[in-house]
Design a protein around this ligand. Structure first.
Ligand code: SAH
Length: 471
């Protein structure tokens, strides 16, 4: 097998999130030899053609060229016309039950080194709604092919530059599709407007971020451009754009339109400045009977109904917290802290995004909660400053998991129980090794599919202390 050669084989397995293994055979005078080639973006059981891109010792990598035969896990109807081209929903060709089964088996495989067979066998995967579920969508401006017309949607599968025009995305509510189309048509009608080019850093339009409350249909539209829009010409366009949006017939109500200026080179929605074009700069969502104010740059679970399923699990795993002091680390807008607060003695939330912390405080006020305290700081630093000692810790870190140095501090509290919520099971598996080495073992584990159609999955585990700390 050599770099550049083309082979056909069957996908023997797919590990989280989309790391496939394709078994390819080669025949020579000595007989047949089978090789395992790593290929992304495939499904178990598919027959695929690939090109070898890398060969180093025994590790062989390839790039998918074509799916020759579909997987037995795939169905006959694919409910999205963008499937295949769009980089969003790689699992959509499988009926939903098969998506769930695959995700659960991937997480179990990752946890098999650190979680007992007993717990793994009982592990299940829960879900909320499977379509129209997103309360936030970040569309990107670009073109579908080099020098093509302006488009607005998701990155094309495996493409850094090309953007698929998402005429009818299945995982967002109808209102978001309508706002996307209205924005694109409006911008296309203006001479000289271009998308921000990531190569030469020229151009105007970067992202369109739409948030919509599942509870009350409030919609916040945030148009992200470069500073080229801060001229008088840009101002007039923004006023017309606002008026254009306000005329739309939607199921929900636009409660705020924002213009964010972002000149940074990175392809993320960040703000050099934000200006309110209409209404207010937040929406409110209701989860498990509590109200949450969501501001433009705060993290909030993107599937509200799915989040209720997840937080119910967190509440179940937290168990009897009557009279306990709890740390909610990586607390975002304070959702988990507030859900636990009616029974706990007190909850201390720590979150690095100041805006999210301010929202958490307002949220606690809205909900009449007085026993939560929120600290705006890096968990790593905040743990040195907090004087209280927790009886239980909730961890809900970002994708990379818990910073190893912060983990040492978390372990030093020696609490009996820790609930860890993870949006990336590979990071969870890595962190669980450290918890295991320090006397914790997983008592319960469960997946919640917050992202149907896509490769992503949320995992929540309850760990309890069983041994004394080594050393
Ligand atoms: N528990 C919340 C948010 C979880 S997402 C919820 O369920 O809604 C992870 C959060 O961790 C994000 O809000 C992110 O801003 C925050 N974060 C990331 N790195 C951090 C750090 N080093 N210290 C504190 N918070 C951090």
């Amino acid at each position: 097998m050599k770099k550049g050669q083309i082979y056909t084989g069957i996908v023997s397995k797919v590990s989280f999130p989309d790391k496939g293994v394709v078994v390819c055979a080669e025949e020579d005078e000595n007989g047949k030899t089978e090789y395992e080639v790593s290929v992304k973006g495939v499904l178990p059981g598919q027959k695929v053609t690939l090109r070898i891109t890398k060969k180093k010792n025994k590790k062989i990598e390839g790039r998918l060229l074509e799916v020759n035969e579909k997987s037995p896990l795939e169905g006959s109807i694919i409910r999205c016309k963008h499937f295949g081209a769009c980089g969003g929903c790689s699992y959509l060709s499988m009926p939903y039950e098969n998506q769930k089964t695959l995700k659960l088996s991937q997480v179990k495989e990752l946890l098999s080194q650190t979680v007992s067979q007993d717990v793994l066998q009982k592990m299940e995967i829960l879900n909320g709604p499977t379509e129209g579920y997103r309360n936030k969508m970040e569309f990107t401006f670009g073109d579908e092919y080099k020098d093509g017309p302006l488009s607005l949607g998701m990155h094309k599968k495996n493409s850094f530059y090309d953007i698929v025009n998402l005429a009818d995305c299945r995982i967002v509510p109808k209102d978001m599709n309508a706002i996307r189309i209205a924005t694109l048509e409006f911008m296309k009608g203006i001479d000289g407007i271009t998308y921000y080019n990531r190569n030469n850093h020229n151009g105007h339009l970067r992202h369109l971020v739409v948030r919509r409350s599942t509870f009350n249909g409030q919609i916040m539209v945030n148009l992200v451009t470069t500073s080229s829009f801060t001229t008088d010409f840009g101002k007039k366009i923004l006023e017309d754009y606002r008026d254009h949006l306000m005329k739309l017939q939607l199921e929900g109500i636009i409660s705020g339109i924002l213009h964010t200026v972002n000149d940074s080179v990175a392809d993320t929605v960040a703000a050099d400045s934000i200006e309110l074009l209409y209404g207010k700069d937040f929406i409110t969502e209701r989860l498990l009977g509590l109200d949450f104010k969501i501001t433009p740059f705060s993290f909030f679970q993107t599937n509200s109904k799915g989040a209720e399923v997840l937080y119910e699990k967190v509440r179940e795993y937290a168990g009897n917290i009557n009279g306990k002091a709890i740390f909610d680390l990586y607390s975002g807008t304070g959702t988990i802290a507030q859900i636990l607060s009616p029974v706990a003695k007190e909850v201390v939330g720590v979150e690095i995004v100041r805006e999210a912390v301010e929202a958490a405080k307002v949220n606690a006020g809205l909900n009449g909660i007085t026993n939560c305290r929120f600290i705006a700081d890096d968990v790593l630093k905040a743990l040195d400053d907090i004087e209280e000692k927790p009886d239980m810790i909730i961890l809900d870190p970002p994708r990379d998991g818990v910073n190893p140095k912060a983990l040492v501090k978390i372990l030093s509290y020696g609490v009996d129980d820790i609930v860890y919520i993870s949006c990336k099971p590979t990071s969870l598996a890595r962190d669980l090794e450290i918890f295991n080495e320090n006397g914790y073992s997983v008592k319960e584990a469960c997946c919640v599919d917050m992202f149907p159609g896509t490769v992503h999955v949320e995992t929540v585990v309850l760990m309890s202390k069983v041994n004394t700390v080594k050393g």
